[in-house]
Design a protein around this ligand. Structure first.
Ligand code: FMN
Length: 407
């Protein structure tokens, strides 16, 4: 956030040049570098001081890195094991190219999107993420206000630090409730029914969070956090639950958070009791997409949990065509690794109904609170609008598979 003085800045640049392979090979002297980033590298000593300065969503992450404790940052950033899936989520977009169409009237771009019967201003939705107050005291309320200001679909996590009732009030409209069903049927059912009573139109059952994960980035960053975690988090389950209001009033005796026994039978049982829409989050195989359609599920979210739950190595954009094929017309929403308008447009053109964002809005939240989340969402809307104009699609329905080619 500190501005660098010119002398220091020059020294920094010369040091950078000296370390550059371009100089080592004498290339700079002979021909200009091919990659303009050489002239404008992201400078970690010159971070944005307010959300309006951000050029893209990535500008928020280093600010958040400075504002939140290392352990909390690690919880946000971590993938699992070797984080192959985490990286694949970003690399996957390069396997698809956009084929722009020309001479189409794109003077007005309309991103309005219908998602399970409700029209939102854009196809960009806010993914459920745990414990938002770990990044900013306003937590999920800041996120809900930002979702409201951009009219985005929002999903609230089971393990949010805000209740579903308060999130709906702050959003000023329905919020989908993400359900971790836990090991005990009655606990999952009680939470789903509470969300239904609160006015959630859809229960999103996350089906990929089976057991504790090997989050090494989190473990390493926790080691450099000088504050003992227990001083804030407490040491007993009751301390943890005190910050998770969606469990309020539910008897958790004998319950574990692992849902390893939750099956298609459980899904059918829940579908037959609650009247909300049922959405499955974390579907990755075409066989499961087909089963979801056969079981009358309202929509699926093609998600690998942002590379946090299994290191299968496959990006969700890579899986999208075959999942759409197996879903047979059931809406397919997608998340994991989306950071740019081009990423979003590729998924929509292939046939996704909507695209979810996880970490980027947490970067905005940790960096600046609600204005940061608002700006992250606004940047993504702006980039998506620009790409739609560029490919010749005045509305979402004009985004078609012929506009994308596998590289
Ligand atoms: C810090 C963090 C916490 C998350 N907590 C939840 C959660 O409670 N429930 C859930 O279904 N998904 C959770 N997710 C996964 C997101 O809903 C989403 O699938 C993922 O973040 C998308 O990938 P991205 O972060 O690359 O955008 C979490 C993700 C992060 C980064």
């Amino acid at each position: 956030m500190m501005a660098m003085d010119p002398v220091r800045s020059r020294r920094h640049f010369l040091r950078f040049l000296a370390a550059s392979p371009l100089l080592a090979h004498g290339a700079l002297a002979q021909s200009p570098p091919a990659d303009p980033v050489v002239w404008a590298p992201r400078d970690m000593t010159r971070l944005i001081a307010d959300p309006g300065q951000a050029l893209d969503v990535f500008d928020f992450e280093p600010v958040m890195h400075n504002t939140v404790p290392p352990a909390h940052f690690g919880y946000m950033a971590t993938g699992i094991d070797d984080e192959v899936t985490l990286r694949a989520n970003r690399a996957g977009f390069q396997n698809f190219q956009l084929l722009p169409r020309r001479l189409i009237d794109v003077s007005k771009i309309d991103m309005r999107t219908d998602i399970l019967g409700t029209t939102y201003d854009s196809p960009i939705f806010v993914c459920p993420t745990a414990s938002n107050k770990a990044y900013h005291p306003d937590g999920e309320l800041a996120v809900a206000h930002a979702a409201k200001s951009g009219n985005h679909l929002e999903m609230l996590s089971t393990v949010a630090t805000t209740s579903i009732e308060d999130a709906i009030a702050a959003r000023g409209g329905p919020v989908w409730y993400q359900l971790y069903p836990t090991s005990k049927w009655e606990v999952g059912l009680a939470m789903a029914q509470r969300a239904e009573r609160a006015g959630s139109p859809a229960i999103v059952i996350t089906v990929d969070g089976l057991a504790a994960q090997n989050w090494e980035t989190l473990a390493r960053l926790r080691r450099i956090d000088t504050r003992p975690c227990g001083d804030c988090h407490g040491r007993a389950l009751k301390d943890y639950l005190a910050r998770k209001p969606n469990f309020d009033g539910i008897d958790l005796t004998g319950t574990s958070f692992n849902a390893t026994g939750f099956t298609w039978d459980s899904v059918r049982r829940l579908r037959d009791i609650v009247k909300t829409k049922i959405v499955l989050k974390g579907i990755l195989a075409r066989e499961d997409a087909k089963l979801a359609a056969e079981n009358g599920i309202d929509a699926i979210i093609l998600s690998n949990h942002g590379g946090r739950n299994d290191d299968n190595g496959r990006s969700t954009i890579d899986a999208l065509p075959e999942i759409l094929d197996a879903a047979g017309g059931m809406p397919v929403l997608i998340d994991s690794g989306f950071r740019r308008g081009t990423d979003i447009v590729k998924a929509l053109a292939l046939g996704a109904t909507a695209v979810g964002i996880g970490r980027p809005y947490l970067w905005g939240l940790g960096a600046f609170g609600q204005p940061g989340v608002e700006r992250v969402l606004e940047i993504l809307r702006r980039e998506t609008t620009a790409v739609m104009r560029q490919v010749g699609a005045p509305t979402i329905k004009h985004l078609v598979p012929a506009m994308v080619r596998r590289a």
